[in-house]
Design a protein around this ligand. Structure first.
Ligand code: PLP
Length: 360
C-alpha cells in the first residue's frame, strides 16, 4: 500500500487504529457472527453500540444532563432547515455570516421566518471573523447562529459572540471535538461527522432539552422534529448504524489519547508548525487574519495560479493528497483534523520547503 497523507476537508482521514479495529470486526462483531452493517438496529447488541457511543461523547464533552444527544442523518445541510423549523418560536433568528456554510444556513432559515444578518465578513472574502461583542441582536430573536469553524476559508471563532442572553446555535462540523468546549455556552451544537469524527452519513445534534418542543407548525416533517428523534433515542427509523459504530470507536480513541485537552494540545502544535512555516515562507502565504486562524483548515496560496496548480500536482505525486483549495477560494487548503498525525504536517512542511527552493 502506498503511504499517503490525506489532507481532505471531508470526508477526511480517520485514525488508523480505528480503521484497523473496524477491519478486525468486519465479518464478526464480538462473536455475534455478523458485521455491524448486517445487524438489526433494534437488537440489543446495536443498542449497546449506540449507548456506548453516546456515553463516551458525553464524557468527552462533559455534556450536562439537560442536553440530549441525537445521532441523525441528512448531514449538516439538513440541519440548516431543521434548526429554524424547531427553534423559531417567534419566527425570528439572527445569523452571523462568516462563510458559505453560514450563508446557506441563513438562506434556508429565511424560508421559515425572518432572518437578520447581524454581522458578516463577506466584504473581505470571509478572511476574518467579525467583532461580535456588541451586535444589534433582535429582541425577538429565537437564537443567534454561527458557523464556528469555516472549513472553506480556514477561519475560527476564538471567542463566542455576545448574544446578549439569546440562545446560541453553532455549526461545529469542522471543529467538532478538536478542543475542550463548555456545552452550556450553547443552546444547540451540531455537526456532520465526516470532517472530524467518522464516516459521512451521521450528523450529531446536542440540544438543550427545553428547546425540544412538540407544538410545531404542521408543515414540519415528522423526521425533522427533534421531539421525534429525541423520544425515540435516535432510533425512530433505521439510523446510519455503521456510521454511529465508527463514531463510537473514534470517541474511544480520543478518550484513550487523553480527551479533548490532549487532542487540543496536539492540534495546536500541528497548526503552529504549518502557520510558522507559512509566515516565514517567501513563496507561500496564508490569506487569513491572524487572530481568526483555524487550527483545522489551513489555507495557503503562492500568489500565482499556475504555481498553485503545479504545487497541488507535485504534492499529490509525492503522497500529499487532497490539498487543492475549495473551488470558491482557489489556492491550497490543508485540513489537519484530529486524525492527521503530527508527522503528516511535518512531512508536508518539508515538502513545501523543498518546493519553495526549487520554484522561487
Ligand atoms: C462540510 C460542512 C457542512 C456541510 O455538511 P454536509 O454534511 O455535507 O451537509 C456544513 N457546515 C460546515 C461547517 C461544513 O464544514
Amino acid at each position: 500500500m502506498n503511504k499517503i497523507y490525506n489532507f481532505s476537508a471531508g470526508p477526511a482521514c480517520l485514525p488508523k487504529k480505528v480503521l484497523m479495529e473496524a477491519a478486525d470486526e468486519m465479518l464478526d462483531y464480538k462473536g455475534c457472527g455478523m458485521s455491524v452493517m448486517e445487524m438489526s438496529h433494534r437488537s440489543s447488541i446495536f443498542q449497546e453500540i449506540i449507548d456506548e457511543a453516546e456515553l463516551r461523547l458525553r464524557r468527552l464533552m462533559n455534556i450536562p444532563d439537560n442536553y440530549k444527544v441525537l445521532f441523525l442523518q441528512g448531514g449538516a445541510s439538513q440541519q440548516f432547515a431543521a434548526i429554524p423549523m424547531n427553534l423559531m418560536n417567534n419566527g425570528v433568528a439572527d445569523y452571523i455570516v462568516t462563510g458559505q456554510w453560514a450563508k446557506k444556513a441563513a438562506k434556508e432559515a429565511a424560508k421559515y421566518g425572518k432572518v437578520n444578518i447581524i454581522a458578516s465578513s463577506e466584504d473581505k472574502n470571509f478572511s476574518y471573523i467579525p467583532d461580535c461583542e456588541d451586535l444589534c441582536i433582535d429582541e425577538n430573536a429565537d437564537y443567534v447562529y454561527i458557523c464556528e469553524n469555516n472549513t472553506i476559508y480556514g477561519t475560527k471563532f476564538w471567542k463566542l459572540p455576545n448574544t446578549k442572553g439569546k440562545d446560541l446555535v453553532a455549526d461545529v462540523s469542522s471543529c467538532f471535538l478538536s478542543e475542550p468546549v463548555d456545552v452550556s455556552d450553547y443552546a444547540l451544537i451540531y455537526g456532520g461527522v465526516q470532517k472530524n469524527i467518522g464516516p459521512a452519513g451521521v450528523v450529531i445534534v446536542i440540544i438543550r432539552e427545553d428547546l425540544i418542543r412538540d407544538e410545531l407548525p404542521d408543515y414540519v416533517p415528522t423526521m425533522l422534529k427533534y421531539k421525534t428523534q429525541s423520544d425515540a433515542g435516535s432510533l425512530y427509523n433505521t439510523p446510519s448504524c455503521y456510521g454511529i459504530y465508527i463514531c463510537g470507536k473514534v470517541f474511544k480513541w480520543l478518550e484513550e489519547l487523553g480527551g479533548l485537552e490532549a487532542i487540543y494540545d496536539l492540534n495546536k502544535k500541528k497548526a503552529e508548525l504549518l502557520y510558522d512555516f507559512l509566515d516565514k515562507s517567501k513563496l507561500f502565504s496564508n490569506p487569513v487574519e491572524k487572530s481568526s486562524r483555524s487550527i483545522m483548515n489551513v489555507t495557503f496560496v503562492t500568489g500565482n495560479e499556475e504555481l498553485d496548480k503545479k504545487f497541488v500536482k507535485e504534492a499529490s505525486e509525492n503522497g500529499f493528497v487532497n490539498l487543492k483549495g475549495h473551488r470558491s477560494v482557489g489556492g491550497m487548503r490543508a485540513s489537519i483534523y484530529n486524525a492527521m498525525p503530527y508527522e503528516g504536517v511535518e512531512a508536508l512542511v518539508n515538502f513545501m520547503h523543498t518546493f519553495e527552493i526549487k520554484n522561487r
